[in-house]
Design a protein around this ligand. Structure first.
Ligand code: NDP
Length: 523
């Protein structure tokens, strides 16, 4: 009998098992898991997608898939293991021969069809994403799903405009560079922006001629499943994209350890990233790691304060603070500090925490009970470290009947903490930020860099020279000036220090998923 693991982080999650040997309770699944039709998202059983077919996991096991807004299971997801990864590798290997030789124009057309179909199904996908993650439906509709469309469009057309280098060795030889797809790519993504991030990996990997095995977070498997249906409808050849659902230790680890998966693109936490690096190093895999952050927002007194406050509220609490790029440490020049804090709190207090499916909701639920408990732990810690809760700090009043067991937390602002404390150094990944005053430019650059992380930052000032000077000295992969989360898909994206290794985006992604080969022809 295979060992069954419950869904991570949800203490009240009952375990399910489907398939031929499943206990009888699972066959009554559809009767057990009932809720209003308007809230239902198909399917109830999320299976793997291998060789163009939806298939049961080899072990026949499933995990409950919890809706964070209600704290209740609403579907089940395959609890796969290494045997499912082996099947995906076999089909991806077979498909690679044909797909890597398919003309770029044909690959491009298929990816554009996928983009069109995601756009056609925007409402269904947005709803699925909202239910699976707890994020407001309005956010999924305007950010997550449109970005998935953009990802496919971008790489579908990018492959029609590639260039290759040539180097002439005077009088001796002529060199040119071939950039060839590497084979099977393993793509592992987190739960915070499920389709957005997974499609950011799938699109470049397959556009350039690789085949792929993707693993979404087991907490948020639904839109990856729906994407597979779309890929089938778009005519993507069987085996080009395979999705193996399940947990990190079972499926993610099997992908990183598999000798035939030579390329790994991973987005997730820094601790997991280290495990991925350790698994890949002895096998000499090509690895891209997009990891955690503890991002600074720096507000100088000369900033347009209205814009800085609106931008900082957004960067602090978008997606309940569960975006790797969220600014969780806000530094404000002392002369503007009190004004900023007061107006920031006024604005943040107006954010409506509510049922993610309600159109007026600004803040939905945390993705899991584990995540909610982690946030509570850090709010307690902040108080022990001497912090003052200036806003929020607890779970909200009853939202509605449907959401009474959901994983909600108020937008929370903490002041009065030293820069060096744990609250200011460790990634919380929730709607909890600190605000700290500073006295001069050098001091705040020191504060901004006083962390193991180096993902993103934002600087608010109307002094252009200062913006350049500060941006140059901050150790983060992205520096936004007078804006936040403005993303041009052509720019290099990634982190420094413990925030990652490598860059995604545009040309960087196409280079990552290809092998450069120099061909030297004697004259
Ligand atoms: P995790 O690191 O827990 O998980 C990320 C993915 O890795 C999941 O699919 C997970 O599976 C899988 N995984 C877990 N263990 C292993 C393993 N041993 N080998 C291979 N894969 C494994 O991150 P979270 O899902 O909790 O996501 C939040 C984190 O992601 C935050 O730290 C955030 O900052 C970071 N992030 C970084 C981004 C960036 O671009 N730099 C963007 C977005 C988020 P499962 O969940 O099924 O266990």
């Amino acid at each position: 009998m295979p060992v069954r693991s419950g869904r991570r982080g949800d203490a009240d999650s009952s375990r399910g098992e489907l398939g031929p040997n499943a206990p009888s309770h699972s066959r009554t699944f559809q009767h057990v898991f009932t809720f209003p039709h308007s809230v239902r998202t198909e399917p109830l059983q999320i299976r793997n997608f291998i060789d163009g077919q939806f298939v049961e996991p080899v072990g026949g096991r499933y995990l409950d898939n919890i809706e964070p807004a209600t704290g209740k299971p609403y579907s089940q997801v395959a609890d796969s293991d290494g045997r499912d990864v082996d099947l995906a590798v076999a089909t991806a290997e077979k498909a690679f021969a044909g797909w890597s030789r398919t003309p770029a124009q044909e690959r491009s057309q298929i990816l554009l069809r996928i983009a069109d179909l995601i756009e056609r199904d925007l409402e269904k996908l947005a709803r699925a994403e909202s239910i699976d993650t707890g994020k407001p439906l309005s956010l999924a509709r305007t950010l997550d799903i449109p970005r998935a469309v953009a990802n496919f469009c971008f790489f579908a057309t990018a492959i029609l405009h590639t260039e290759s280098e040539a180097h002439v060795t005077d009088g001796v030889a002529f060199n040119y560079t071939l950039r060839q797809p590497r084979g099977i790519a393993g793509l592992i993504s987190p739960w915070n922006l499920p389709l957005y991030l997974l499609s950011w990996k799938i699109a470049p990997a397959i556009a350039i001629g690789n085949t792929a095995i993707a693993k979404p977070s087991e907490l948020t498997p639904m839109t990856a499943y729906l994407l597979c249906e779309i890929c089938r409808e778009a005519g993507l050849p069987n085996g080009v994209l395979n999705v193996v659902q399940g947990t990190g230790p079972n499926v993610g680890a099997a992908i990183t350890a598999h000798p035939k998966i030579g390329t790994i693109s991973f987005t997730g936490g820094t601790v997991t990233g280290r495990k991925v690096a350790e698994a890949c190093a002895p096998l000499f895999k090509k690895v891209s790691l997009e990891l955690g952050g503890k991002n600074p927002n720096i507000i100088f007194a000369d900033a347009d304060l209205d814009a800085a406050i609106t931008g900082s509220v957004k960067s602090s609490f978008a997606n309940q603070g569960q975006i790797c790029l969220c600014g969780s440490r806000v530094f404000v020049e002392r002369s503007a500090y009190h004004d900023f804090v007061e107006r920031f709190i006024d604005q943040a207090a107006k954010l409506k925490v509510g049922d993610p499916l309600e159109p007026t909701t600004d803040q939905g639920a945390m993705v899991s009970k584990t995540q909610l408990d982690k946030i509570k732990f850090y709010v307690d810690l902040a108080q022990k470290e001497g912090g003052k809760i200036a806003l929020g700090g607890s779970t909200p009043e009853l939202i509605n009947e449907r959401c009474q067991s959901g994983y909600f937390f108020q937008p929370t602002v903490i002041t009065g903490l030293p820069v060096s404390c744990r609250t200011n150094r460790e990634e919380i990944f929730g709607p909890v930020i600190t605000i700290t005053p500073f006295d001069n430019q050098e001091e705040v650059i020191g504060y901004a860099n006083d962390t193991d992380y180096g993902l993103a930052s934002s600087v608010w000032t109307q002094n252009l020279n200062r913006a350049h000077r500060v941006a140059e000295k901050i150790h983060t992969g992205t520096v936004w000036v007078n804006c936040w989360l403005v993303r041009d898909l052509r720019v290099p994206f990634g982190g420094m220090k413990a925030s990652g290794v490598g860059r995604e985006g545009g040309e960087e992604a196409l280079r990552f998923f290809t092998e450069a080969k120099n061909i030297c022809i004697a004259k």
